[in-house]
Design a protein around this ligand. Structure first.
Ligand code: ADP
Length: 543
């Protein structure tokens, strides 16, 4: 489905007059060539593979609330520096993206309307290095998981795997910066990075870790180097533009095997999570695990909600379970998708422990993969957990016509009590706001993210308002119990930043001090993650 609006007026950055803006754009064209600077006069949502870089295609607010004034396409780090110098000269906000497919978290949109989006992905998209002995790579921002995967195959490195997230069209570098996850044992993308090259808000370039020592050959091997490690300052932040980043690649483990267990009742959640914790910490459960609610499994069938239910409000549980009877996994409440790695004898040892533990839950079932057709979602998870990029996960966005989605993503210990508390918040609030919810518990190692995806019809303002109100309520409810989100849509960054307020907001004061020091003109992605530069603070920008 497509949503499209015809606008001709450019969203000018606040405080910049029209003639100054056009003069500035002419100057930018002078620096980069006129073909590499585009004014945004039209919004076209396209679709996942042709994603817009002008705005957020999954807008939870008005479509043109968060739009860019122009897009610029640098081809080198030097050109990125030129853009940064230009932004400082004209005091025009800039907002870097790598690919801009950050769906559900704001897509390509800048936090500040009228910012100039720096689309690094279009021309800076080289895999700079793959080292088959050290099992590492060095990439530019435009390298997607699909591209990295293909490059590994093209170079004949059958012994290397990439770690891929649920949907493979995003940037390897961009996803790691936003602290996304994938599903092999290398699933924590931030943890697996080593070495960055960053253009600072005043235009200097730094290399972190071993990259700061000229001629060094351990940049992708040892992330820390010497002295303070600044890498974290450039993650979920607005303190730099990352132009290169290194990662570890997992060696092919010599075999793998997906498994799926189902559990009958919603109330099994608590016991199940207690079973998962020790197994995951001990790495018997080897990959970032997925515990999905059956409602999401129904969504993955890719059919619209109207197939199942025409009424208002959340689709009743009885209807979800009725529909689940027709799935190849049968009716249940929870589904655990995991993978065992290594040769058969190594897998066998772990799989036996997992089976014994999971079967302690009354009514638990192991689904025999040989009974599942090749089109079954099981094989999507099988590909993803073995490092093969995929986009099938998007099937559930069809739940509503013209579907958009946003997520509530709190972090908690891997404990039954916490899982139940968060699940209760999500259910109660979604009930209140007439919304269906697609929840998955994603178990890292010692913590889990609950990801509650909410699908909405982007053309229905009432539904969009409900999604916003519901997310705001869930964020507050969770914070009252001591839970915080790991990542969020642009529209909720201020609210969430406000919940991380221990000791009179000491962390935000620290972030602001660094922001003002490194970005004195406040040009770099103002407001990203709730961090506003001095020029914007206290002027009503928060939302
Ligand atoms: P995806 O990889 O999912 O397509 P994006 O390219 O939109 O995602 O990146 C996600 C977010 O990470 C962006 O909104 C931006 O805030 C940040 N980001 C992406 N690339 C860079 C970069 N090269 N330097 C600094 N921040 C970046």
């Amino acid at each position: 489905t497509k949503s499209q609006s015809n606008r001709t007026a450019i969203a000018l950055p606040q405080g910049v007059g029209e003639s100054t803006f056009h003069r500035a754009i002419d100057a930018l064209r002078g620096h980069l060539g006129k073909d590499h600077v585009e004014l945004v006069t039209k919004l076209n949502d396209g679709w996942y593979m042709e994603n817009p870089n002008t705005h957020d295609a999954m807008h939870v607010a008005e479509e043109d609330a968060l739009v860019a004034s122009a897009i610029v396409y640098p081809s080198t780090t030097e050109e990125v520096q030129k853009i940064v110098h230009w932004a400082n000269k004209y005091r025009i906000p800039i907002s870097p993206i790598s690919i801009g497919r950050n769906y559900g978290y704001g897509g390509a949109a800048p936090r500040v309307r009228g910012a100039v989006v720096i689309d690094l992905g279009r021309r800076m998209n080289r895999v700079l290095d793959i080292n088959p002995d050290d099992c590492t790579c060095l990439v530019e921002p435009g390298v997607t998981y699909f591209a990295l995967y293909e490059e590994i195959q093209d170079r004949g490195f059958k012994h290397l795997w990439a770690d891929v997230p649920d949907i493979g069209g995003g940037s390897v570098l961009g996803n790691a910066l936003d602290r996304g996850v994938g599903y092999t044992p290398y699933g924590d993308h931030w943890m697996m990075h080593s070495g960055m090259e960053v253009v600072l808000p005043t235009g200097e370039v730094i290399r972190t870790g071993m990259g700061a020592l000229p001629g060094n050959n351990s940049w992708q091997l040892f992330p820390y180097g010497f002295g303070p490690t600044p890498d974290g300052l450039f993650s979920q932040s607005n303190l730099g533009i990352v132009t290169k980043m290194g990662f570890g690649l997992m060696p092919n483990p010599g075999g793998y095997e997906s498994y799926l267990y189902t559990f009958p009742k919603d109330e099994d959640l608590s016991q199940l999570i207690e079973i998962i914790r020790p197994l995951r910490i001990a790495m018997i459960l080897e990959n970032v695990a997925q515990l999905r609610h059956v409602s999401m499994q129904i969504g993955l069938e890719g059919k619209p909600r109207s197939t199942y239910y025409a009424g208002k409000g959340r689709v009743p549980d009885s209807i979800i379970h009725e529909a689940a009877k027709k799935l190849s996994s049968g009716d249940c409440s929870w589904l655990y998708y995991g993978m065992a790695y290594g040769p058969r004898e190594i897998r066998k040892y772990k799989l036996e422990i997992i089976h014994k533990e999971f079967m302690k839950i009354p009514g638990a079932r192991r689904i025999d993969p040989t009974t599942l057709p090749t089109t079954d979602y099981f094989w999507v998870r099988d590909r993803i957990a073995s490092g093969v990029p995929d986009i099938e996960e998007l099937r559930w966005v069809n739940w509503h016509p013209n579907g958009g989605h946003a997520a509530f993503s709190p972090v908690s210990p891997v404990r039954g009590h916490d899982a139940t508390a968060l699940w209760d918040i999500a259910r109660t609030r979604c009930e209140e706001f007439d919304l269906d919810l697609f929840p998955t518990f994603v178990v890292g190692l010692r913590e889990m993210h609950l990801i509650v995806e909410i699908v909405f019809n982007r053309d229905e303002p009432v539904m969009r308002n409900n999604v916003r109100a519901c997310l705001r309520a869930m964020i507050d409810d969770a914070a009252k119990l001591g839970y915080g989100e790991y990542r969020t849509h642009l529209a909720f960054m201020d609210q969430i930043a406000g919940t991380y307020n221990w000791n009179d907001g000491a962390l935000m004061k620290f972030n602001e001090k660094i922001k003002d020091c490194l970005d004195p003109n406040g040009i770099m992605a103002p407001g990203k993650s709730g961090v506003w530069p001095a020029r914007y603070r206290g002027r009503g920008w928060e939302m």
